[in-house]
Design a binder for this molecule. Sequence first.
Ligand code: KG4
Ligand code: ZN
Length: 335
Amino acid sequence: MSTTILGIESSCDETAAAVCKDGKIINNIIATQSIHESYGGVVPELASRAHQKNLIPVINEALVAADIKMSDLDAIAYTQGPGLLGALLVGSSFAKTAAMALGIPIIPINHMQAHVLAHFIEDPMPEFPFLCLTVSGGHTQIVRVNSHLDMSIIGQSKDDAVGEAFDKCAKLLGVGYPGGPKIDQLAKTGDAKRFTFPHSDIPDLDYSFSGIKTAFMYFLRDGMKKNDQFINENINDLAASLQGTLIDMLFVKLKLAAKREKIKNIAIAGGVSANSGLRNRLLSDADKYGWKVFIPKFEYCTDNAAMIATAGYYHLQAGKTGTLRDSPQPRMSFS
Ligand code: KG4
Ligand code: ZN
């Protein structure tokens, strides 16, 4: 039986919709909320309002691009969490209302699991089991993936996410929001070995990224005391050295996880997996450690609804649907 699924993503500052037909993504429509730029970070109330304004036009665009009507849908998948409560409410309210009106199943999706399942949007798809380093603005996780729906977090950040460290350090450099892509750009022409920053020492496969932000802040303050042009004159080297340190920290634990789990299929996912330094490091470590690596297309790294629709497809196949009583879960986890 053929299935057409609408995926809806509204967990943070992207309003997105995608249509998936029999497991294949037909389109991937995203409205990025630029309103947050002037505030230097996502303002939850403004995010909810922007979702409210953008959601229906974005869904419409996805349906038109797929040449279908609402009545052609067999199910609706939406992000249940984790994310901003007000933002999640917009997507889930639409999904529930539409599913009730159409009399079709509704599929609540965990956003972090969907980032992992972004690897199943297009070939090449990873072979099971694989490890996925999921790095976003709110989470840093090492996930052991046994099958599409059987995955467990084996390591994670105990405080800030790595994306948060990128964003907060970018703010200290005065380069604006979102900081990750800006640091990535500046780092391309910088010397990553010029400055060193301390690694945090956390047991097992877990991470801590709050210390580096503080160390970076004091480092910049001391540099500026000696030379008030310190940041301007060294911005590329500062960005490259910071990015190099964050990537080193990620890879220490990823290598440990690969060794411990005896897994050589390694994937990356989430917004920070768009980072060119991280992608290059994965490719060079693949050669060094005999890993088979999987790197998503840029459009599937950052938040999107194609990953939500794809996750919906695997849930529907397994008969895992939700109910109209489900509510958004801002701190939703899995395993
Ligand atoms: O997955 P995502 O789009 O949203 C969340 O679920 O959080 O990730 C957003 C994060 C932000 O912290 C952003 O700065 C970071 O991904 N990011 C990057 C790059 N592109 C996005 N970080 C480093 N380098 C990039 N090129
Ligand atoms: Zn995300």
